[in-house]
Design a protein around this ligand. Structure first.
Ligand code: BGC
Length: 273
């Protein structure tokens, strides 16, 4: 295969679904995929108006998008969302498992409900969506005009799939699970021409972690953990996602791409040790 050296948008004609796309990293990914030529489903669980605003932003740029509400942890809702996508656009080529949340508490104070909710959305949600996407990829097969493979799955994980995180045992555990789920799916699906990869963002300016960068004092503390000395932007993740969704990364499967300004480089060891 050759690199895409035409002037065509790199994802032209492909159909993508981004979970949790009404804000933060998800909305940036959705817009970037649309700019790269994909039609995009903006999945959301609450806040229909914000999802609609993302749809309208994409349409204003000449792209195609639709919003679909579904709680990714509910099997029936996930199945209905994929059925609607396939009924409307014929099939699906790219799944971005992005929906995620935090419910922070010290271990000894964490309720079972807080543990379960985070596992349900962050891990089970990625399983349910991946399974639905893979079923469609497999029954449809490769469409050479669109892509070298039958489909691409990208799991948005976190640096906390490898960095333990006190006070966030539910979240870190869910992301550790995403890492192994992604690799296992990649191994299982590679012979059937489906690529599965993960992106692990570091600290990115989004609503999930406002407290960590909102004040100059908080940001200064956070920057001590980031060798690149800047907090990331959602577009940092969106650009990496477009590459992993395109045939330019055709020989890449089962990897986690850390997009974190070096947060996983043990910054505490930049002196001494
Ligand atoms: C979390 C953020 C945190 C970042 C770096 C992310 O996965 O959602 O709250 O700022 O990791 O610690």
């Amino acid at each position: 295969m050759t690199l895409n050296n035409t002037c065509e948008p790199i994802l032209k004609g492909q159909r993508a679904l981004v979970t949790g796309a009404s804000s933060g990293i998800g909305s940036a990914i959705a817009k970037a995929l649309a700019m790269a030529g994909a039609k995009v489903v903006i999945n959301y669980a609450g806040g229909a108006d914000r999802a609609q605003a993302v749809v309208e932003a994409i349409q204003a740029g000449g792209g195609e998008a639709m919003a679909i509400r579904a709680d990714v942890s509910r099997e029936d809702e996930v199945e209905a969302m994929f059925a609607q996508t396939i009924a409307t656009w014929g099939s699906i080529d790219i799944l971005i498992n992005n929906a995620g949340l935090q419910k922070d508490a010290p271990l000894v104070e964490m309720s079972l409900a807080e543990w379960q909710k985070v596992l349900d959305i962050n891990l089970t949600g990625q399983f349910l969506c991946s399974r639905a996407a893979a079923r469609e990829f497999l029954q449809r097969g490769v469409v050479p005009e669109l892509s070298n493979v039958a489909g691409k799955i990208i799991c948005i994980s976190s640096v906390h799939d490898i960095i333990p995180w006190a006070g966030h045992v539910n979240y870190a555990t869910s992301k550790g699970g995403v890492s192994m789920m992604m690799k296992t799916m990649a191994q299982e699906l590679a012979p059937r021409r489906i690529r599965v990869n993960a992106i692990s963002p570091g600290a990115i300016k989004t609503p999930i972690n406002t407290a960590a960068w909102m004040t100059p004092e908080a940001e200064a503390e956070l920057l001590k953990l980031i060798p690149a000395r800047r907090v990331g932007e959602p577009d940092d993740i969106a650009r990496a996602t477009v590459w992993l969704a395109s045939d330019d990364s055709d020989y890449v499967t089962g990897v986690t791409l850390y997009v974190d300004g070096g947060m996983t480089l043990y910054p505490g060891f930049d002196q001494g040790g």
